[in-house]
Write a protein that binds this ligand. Structure first.
Ligand SMILES: Cc1cc2nc3c(=O)[nH]c(=O)nc-3n(C[C@H](O)[C@H](O)[C@H](O)COP(=O)(O)OP(=O)(O)OC[C@H]3O[C@@H](n4cnc5c(N)ncnc54)[C@H](O)[C@@H]3O)c2cc1C
Length: 462
């Protein structure tokens, strides 16, 4: 059996649902193949940044964060070796002179959000959403271009789905990615997650506990439900050796560091809860060169989840791609030259939003996870910088929340924090200790460069 469409989308996760909606609203005939239409049960993708909320709204999907017990996310609160610091998403002055708008993210159960997205996709008259696993991509023998895929449905029947354009949005463990990029995802650590019955000491803020061993992240995913993650590098896990050893680590090392009001619920979660883990991956994006195919979402580009940016990048990508493929620019998706041109533009234009989010995720993770003296100087500087107030953190907060898109501003603020950290050390130093502090300052700048050179180079991939 054969079916022909304008667009075939493989995977109805965040990216797949978003692009399906965007293109269907433009009048394209879209088929979406999703391996399982059951509500996903994942510990990933639970914070949506304010920039992601804005992208949802542009796609007409803003109601997907309603009715799922989502909690507003106003900023981040850090605990660092006895000190605390909060930053929030500062209000933006509205262009028309009206009241300032306060950007706010949301945190929720990933599965509930995806279920709402899929329901919205299924309501689009131009979309056919099917439970089927794409098992093979179809190629035009003459051009080598992608012309669709074979989908296997429950019961074993297979169908060829042919389309002018195939969008690969099959997630982090994509089965097809390797055919189109020489880059492979790199993973140096895993997030180990628990669900706690508790409230956070500072409601509506994501919390980070840093400088007490492995970094810990917590945020609300329901009225009295908290997700807690601990980031365990693969090398440390090999030393721990088993899930039971991770539980023991949590019991002995983590319970004492979390706020007292959460210790009882954490103890209960460690003893009786589901302890699950997922790899934290990094994958720079490359331009998809196969005619008739675009990769989107985690299949194309991944960053460390420390800042909760993946869904925001995927949604912003969907908005941009929808704009570039608008029928006023690309009348027919069968026009290979026009589509290839749009894909080229997409690769470079997306850097404006993806680069700051990717670099800040990798950079912040590098700052949080390091436990050497030089990195402690940057951690201390970061905490003090945030304590300096809105004047210091407004722009970094907007960049991290995907509200402002500017890779150069991100680099400027990253190094500003590194220089500020050195300034603190110099001010605290005595004349006798000055040569050592100056030497350490140089090391700190080198450490800051080493923390972000990899994601910066990654952004320059062709
Ligand atoms: C531990 C962890 C925590 C994270 N936390 C956050 C966070 O708080 N905030 C945030 O924004 N991001 C977070 N992320 C990243 C985020 O989860 C991803 O960026 C996002 O889910 C990517 O969406 P996607 O649509 O590309 O992939 P997915 O959401 O994974 O969707 C892929 C879909 O494709 C389907 N599929 C796969 N193969 C096939 C096939 N052959 N045929 C048919 N269907 C197929 C899958 O079933 C799935 O539904 C986190 C990641 C990790 C690892």
């Amino acid at each position: 059996m054969n079916s022909t469409y304008d667009v075939l989308i493989i995977g109805a996760g965040i990216a797949g649902c978003a692009i399906a909606t965007g293109l269907a609203k433009q009048g394209r005939r879209v088929v979406v193949l999703e391996r399982s239409l059951r509500e996903p049960d994942r510990i990933a993708g639970e914070i949506l940044q304010p920039g992601g909320i804005a992208a949802l709204s542009k796609l007409g999907l803003d109601d997907c964060v309603e009715g799922i017990g989502a909690t507003p996310m106003e900023g981040y609160h850090f605990h660092w070796t006895g000190e605390q610091a909060s930053f929030w998403f500062c209000p933006l002055s509205s262009g028309d002179g009206g009241p300032a708008v306060k950007p706010t993210g949301r945190s929720f159960h990933h599965g509930k959000f995806v279920t709402k997205l899929r329901a919205a996709v299924a309501r689009e008259p131009n979309v056919t959403l099917l439970q089927a696993t794409a098992v093979e991509l179809l190629r035009d023998e003459r051009t080598g271009g992608i012309v669709g895929a074979v989908g296997s449905r429950e019961g074993g029947s297979s169908t060829e789905y042919r389309a002018s354009l195939t969008i690969l949005s099959d997630g982090s463990a994509s089965n097809f990615r390797a055919q189109f990029t020489h880059l492979r995802p790199q993973s140096h650590s895993r997030f180990w997650g628990l669900e706690l019955e508790a409230s956070l000491p500072k409601p509506n803020y994501a919390h980070g506990i840093l400088g007490h061993g492995l970094p810990i992240f917590m945020y609300q995913i329901g009225p009295h439900k908290i997700r807690m993650f601990i980031d365990i590098p693969n090398t440390a896990y090999r030393r721990l050796g088993s899930t039971d050893a991770v539980r023991a680590y949590l019991r002995e090392r983590v319970i004492p560091t979390v706020p007292a009001c959460m210790q009882a619920s954490l103890t209960k979660a460690i003893e009786t809860g589901r302890l699950r883990s997922m790899p934290n991956s990094w994958l720079p994006s490359t331009r998809t060169k196969a005619p008739g195919l675009i990769m989107l979402g985690d299949s194309a580009n991944m960053r460390h989840p420390a800042t909760g940016a993946g869904m925001t990048v995927a949604l912003k990508d969907a908005v941009l791609l929808t704009e570039l493929l608008d029928p006023s620019r690309v009348a027919s998706l069968g026009d290979t030259n026009a589509v290839t041109n749009a894909v080229g533009k997409f690769h470079w234009k997306r850097k404006r939003h993806s680069a700051p989010l990717n670099i800040v995720a990798e950079g912040m993770y590098a700052v949080f996870v390091a436990d050497d003296t030089t990195s402690a100087v940057i951690q201390h500087g970061l905490i003090r910088y945030i304590q300096g107030g809105e004047e210091n953190f407004a722009m970094p907060g907007w960049l991290m929340g995907g509200v402002v898109e500017s890779p150069l501003l991100l680099l400027y603020h990253f190094f500003k924090v590194a220089i500020y950290s050195n300034k603190l050390r110099l001010c605290e130093s005595t004349w006798v200790g000055l040569p050592v502090v100056i030497f350490q300052s140089l090391l700190t700048i080198c450490a800051a460069v080493s923390m972000i050179w990899r994601p910066v180079i990654g952004e320059l991939q062709l």
